[in-house]
Design a protein around this ligand. Sequence first.
Ligand SMILES: [Zn+2]
Length: 307
Amino acid sequence: MSESNGMVTAYRGRFAPSPTGPLHFGSLVAAVGSYLDARNHRGAWLLRMEDLDRTREIKGAADQILQTLDDFGFTWDGPVMYQSQRTEAYEAALESLIQKGLAYRCGCSRKEIAQIAQMGEEGPIYPGTCRNGQAKTRDSHSIRLLTQHKEIICTDQVQGNICLNPGKELGDFIIRRSDGFHAYQLAVVVDDAWQGINQVVRGADLLMSTPRQCYLQQLLRLPKPHYAHLPLAVDSQGRKLSKQYQDAPVDSRQPIESLLQALAFLGQPSPAEKPVNLSEFWAWAIEHWSLRKIPAQRQIAVSPANQ
Ligand SMILES: [Zn+2]
């Protein structure tokens, strides 16, 4: 339960995988962390398929992920939300930002920006070339959000405070790409608000996206959820586990093994004896879950056996 406006609101968490391949150990960790935190608080756990970028989608991956979650004994509340069906909501948010003069068209190519932009930690810092409406006459353009030189502070329940000055460290960032797809940053804040999410538990690869999302929430006057970013599972070279590097998907025939590994990865205690079935595992894990035990690390290397 969390307090807001003096009213006690029920916990609503979510898991939002991208259908770019089967579920890996890294995404299982995010699913386990968000699920246990929600169920430990007797909260709801919703699913959202981040299939916004259809150029990256692997056919059948969304159904495969849902099947795997089911095989692992996860239960979710309500229907699964698909970002590919939410274009109108994103467009409405985008339109409201444009109307308020907070977003503008940019006709610059990636190459042009790379030539003049300073490099920030999150990529090139867009220098604001098209801010005053001088977008070159081109067929395609992206839409950028006007940023300010003002520090945004996000409190994270695992990683501590994150401070970022969007104007200085990011520059005006893209909220609709030139190929017409809405940017993840815009979609996620619109969807979190629409699904009534008040607690976001996800991988630390999204930690530095959080200030952008908090900034968008302010501009769109949307409620701000609480955040907890889990350590990211990486290989010995520090790479996020993914299909791209041919890491093996989690094995649905041995769900309890993988779930126990995910628990250990998140710094949680293990049951004295191996649970006999999934419902015994989940009952134990929900009862013993503690966000405070999660290591405050952005990434943790896992052995090949875990991948
Ligand atoms: Zn531009």
